[in-house]
Design a protein around this ligand. Structure first.
Ligand SMILES: Cc1ncc(COP(=O)(O)OP(=O)(O)O)c(N)n1
Ligand SMILES: Cc1nc(C(=O)O)sc1CCOP(=O)(O)O
Ligand SMILES: [Mg+2]
Length: 201
């Protein structure tokens, strides 16, 4: 499976409606602290927009809602994975991405036979408090060796200026939140990301 090198992560269907039509081909809906019914509604809207623009939608955390809403890709962290019904996810035909932050988590992730592994935070992130120090670029190369051909997503503190480094060290895709959503011009920054990642598409 080939992942688009530009992996946008946003917290609402409204962001998806705003940015996906610009040419984004891989987007994660990552919503926290909302009711299941609100999240279901957001998934439904996001799915329709992504279908219209041929963009791969990945639902974060809410694997059961993703199954119920007919989505085809979920992202789970380690705690999410431990609580999830992996067999149900697979039986429903969904693809799976898994977060990793250390060697033990990588082993757990690989044992689940995911469709990609994410490594983070590569650089410091302001989005969420994390208990792991920044991994640095060399760690991407280590994960590439350990994971073989497994698609590898780099995440955490990424911006346009850091892309060369993450791809040169073996990442297949670069995930981003705040470099776009907190930018003064998110649309322009999205276009920059699409252009800058073209070489790895
Ligand atoms: C592509 C990607 N990588 C890592 C994460 C983080 O997942 P998780 O550790 O479950 O933390 P939350 O995002 O759920 O707070 C991700 N969402 N996407
Ligand atoms: C959601 C998330 N997960 C991470 C991990 O390391 O697992 S880092 C991260 C935040 C990414 O946001 P930004 O691009 O703004 O740094
Ligand atoms: Mg999670």
């Amino acid at each position: 499976m080939k992942l688009d090198p530009f992996y946008l992560i946003v917290d609402s269907a409204a962001w998806i409606e705003r940015l996906v039509p610009l040419g984004v081909k891989l987007v994660q809906l990552r919503i926290k602290n909302r009711s299941d019914e609100e999240i279901r509604s957001e998934i439904r809207i996001a799915k329709a927009i992504c279908a219209a623009y041929h963009c791969q939608l990945i639902v974060n955390d809410y694997w059961l809602l993703a199954i119920e809403e007919g989505c085809d890709f979920v992202h789970l962290g380690q705690e999410d994975l431990a609580a999830a019904d992996l067999a149900a996810i697979r039986t429903a035909g969904l693809k799976l991405g898994v977060s990793t932050h250390d060697e033990t988590e990588l082993q757990t992730a690989l044992a689940a036979e995911p469709d990609y592994v994410a490594l983070g935070p590569i650089y410091p992130t302001i989005l969420k408090k994390m208990k792991w120090a920044p991994q640095g670029l060399a760690r991407i190369s280590a994960w590439r060796e350990r994971g073989g051909k497994m698609p590898l997503v780099a995440i955490g503190g990424l911006n346009i200026e850091r892309l060369e480094g993450v791809f040169a060290h073996g990442a297949n895709s670069a995930a981003v939140v705040t470099d776009i959503t907190l930018n003064v011009d998110p649309e322009a920054r999205t276009r920059e990301w699409i252009g800058k990642t073209r070489a790895w598409r």
